[in-house]
Write a protein that binds this ligand. Structure first.
Ligand code: F6P
Length: 534
């Protein structure tokens, strides 16, 4: 990126390199007030970022120079912002309760969306109140939610995070990987007569999901008969034809659309397991939380726009401080799967270098997203963050009120979260008593940036807002980096090679055309390590 705004930020960075966060806090006793923001029940404290007001103003100039306001409007109004696939991107429309029409290629997508939502509510009510029974007339007690990537990560993460809000005794079982271990352990404990399986797949061509779906369909058929088995299958897909050909009854198929990316699909019928577990009201609250964040993102000025600020702070750390990874550390066991969810959202959206105007970008794009829960991280990887050779910006997440009722536990959890971000910011200052400046092993350098996100309590609405916050952060970064956040061509090669390699695992003797590593591995995996590799 060679714009003057970018060079100006590079020059500004040079003036900041020697400035320690300790000094910035000393200079401004109101630093927290000046560098924090609340929106939709979430507080963002970004005062521990290595910035001044001037930094923020320069970053906002960068956003303006990339026509961010225009792209935000394009996103919400259904322009084809997924330019490599010439598609609109409308996960925001999925959670917009208004019936204001939104025409895409002559079709009012809002009425389609609300039709599917009505079908979802009808189905979950029937399943939950015993109207929808199995082939033998028994009530449903268990639901298998089958899918991978965006067809699994959203429902699985949200159901775990909002377990306190479940309003049914029906049990959910998530199966994603094609390692049969999980599927076997799930099927072993279930009764086909009282189980339904939701097959979640946008394309309905993903090999892992189809392999699992075939095994589950067989499991039903062996117990209920081929014909009856189809009544125990539900399909969620943008490819209803394939789903019907697989044997799912038309009335049990819930459609979503090409304008919904897999990693942005939790708001669609992919969220069926969430609605089943929580009930329609809580699911609507979840959608409403995301819609509230949409309003904020669409209309708040950049300097008081939470997704925009988080995006710009990320760019400041990645592109000017050369930070290559970003940690999400939730001091909330309910968000245990949140880092995994954000890995797909961020790395599959912005892990690219193809530029909008052909060619390749010449700056860094998505960082490696990783993380976990605190306090556990303090006993695992926080050592590196405090004393390692690389700087890792952190998003800390903490609720003001826990779910457990263990007040002392929650106080210790909060104190631990705050202490970690404080220690990263200020280090152990040289004048600390007993500190031996010569003994560097004990030195924590500080000046390590973090955001702290505080929310009242992890409710369906707050979780909806949190997810939407990160979705819009990712979108803003993609606009500024000049890449397409909504395609994922990088995963296609692996899918193609699987089809080529699979036959060799049945017959390793025909591997001559493969590279020697793949050949050798195939032979070894086939227990033929003694074979002279052809
Ligand atoms: O990882 C590639 C990908 O296409 C993701 O974008 C998607 O969420 C996942 O595979 C599953 O795809 P599908 O929902 O079509 O089975």
């Amino acid at each position: 990126m060679s714009t003057t705004v970018w060079s100006d930020l590079q020059a500004h960075h040079k003036t900041m390199v020697e400035v320690h966060l300790r000094e910035l806090f000393k200079e401004d006793p109101n630093r927290f007030l000046n560098f924090s923001l609340t929106a939709k029940g979430i507080l963002l404290d970004y005062s521990k970022q290595r910035i001044t007001q001037q930094t923020l103003e320069k970053l906002c100039k960068l956003a303006d120079s990339c026509y961010l306001s225009k792209y935000i409007e394009d996103l919400f109004t259904g322009k084809k912002v997924n330019f490599s696939e010439q598609r609109a991107v409308l996960h925001t429309a999925l959670r917009d309760p208004s019936s204001t029409p939104l025409f895409i290629d002559g079709q009012d997508v809002k009425s389609e969306i609300h039709k599917v939502q009505d079908h979802m509510i009808e189905a979950i009510d029937a399943i939950r109140n015993g109207g929808w029974r199995g082939a033998t007339g028994k009530q449903i007690t268990d639901i298998i939610s089958l899918g991978i990537g965006g067809s699994d990560l959203g429902p699985s993460m949200v159901c775990q995070a909002l377990d306190e809000y479940k309003t049914t005794d029906i049990k959910l079982h998530f199966v994603s990987n094609v390692d049969g271990k999980t599927l076997a352990s799930v099927l072993k404990k279930l009764d086909p007569k009282t189980t339904l399986c939701i097959v979640n797949s946008k394309t309905f061509t993903t090999p892992e999901t189809l392999q699992n779906a075939k095994a589950i369909k067989m499991w039903f058929s062996l117990s209920l008969g081929e014909k009856e088995a189809s009544g125990h299958l539900i399909g969620v897909t943008a490819n209803p034809t394939e789903a019907e050909q697989f044997g799912i009854l038309k009335q049990n198929i819930f459609e979503f659309w090409d304008f919904v990316g897999g990693r942005y699909s939790v708001w669609s019928a992919v969220g069926l397991p969430i609605a089943l577990l929580l009930g329609g009201d809580h699911f609507k609250d979840f959608l409403a939380g995301a819609n509230a964040m949409d309003e904020h993102f669409r209309f708040a000025p950049f300097l008081s726009n939470m997704p925009v600020l988080m995006a710009l702070l990320g760019i400041w750390n990645i592109n000017f401080w050369d930070c290559r990874t970003h940690a999400i550390i939730a001091y909330d066991d309910g968000l245990r799967q949140f880092p995994d969810y954000l890995q797909q959202l961020e790395m599959e959206s912005n892990g690219k270098k193809a530029a909008k105007e052909n060619g390749f970008v010449d700056h860094a794009t998505a960082p490696i997203i990783w993380g976990g829960v605190g306090c556990n991280g303090q006993h695992a990887y926080m050592q590196l963050l405090h004393q390692g050779t690389q700087i890792v910006p952190v998003d800390f997440l903490i609720a003001a009120v826990g779910h457990s009722g263990f007040e002392e536990h929650h106080r210790l959890l909060m104190a631990s979260c705050l202490s970690q971000s404080k220690a990263l910011m200020e280090g152990n200052q040289p004048e600390m008593s007993g500190f031996d400046p010569l003994n560097d092993a004990k030195q924590c350098f500080g000046n390590r940036p973090s955001n702290t996100l505080v929310y009242s309590k992890l409710t369906p609405r707050i979780l909806g807002s949190l997810i939407a916050l990160y979705e819009h952060k990712v979108f803003v970064q993609g606009v500024i980096w000049g890449i397409n956040s909504f395609d994922q061509w990088g995963v296609e090669l692996g899918k193609k090679l699987v089809k080529e390699i699979l036959p060799y695992l049945k017959d390793p003797t025909q591997t001559s055309s493969l590279d020697s590593s793949t050949k050798g591995l195939i032979c070894y995996l086939n227990g033929k390590e003694s074979i002279k590799i052809p």
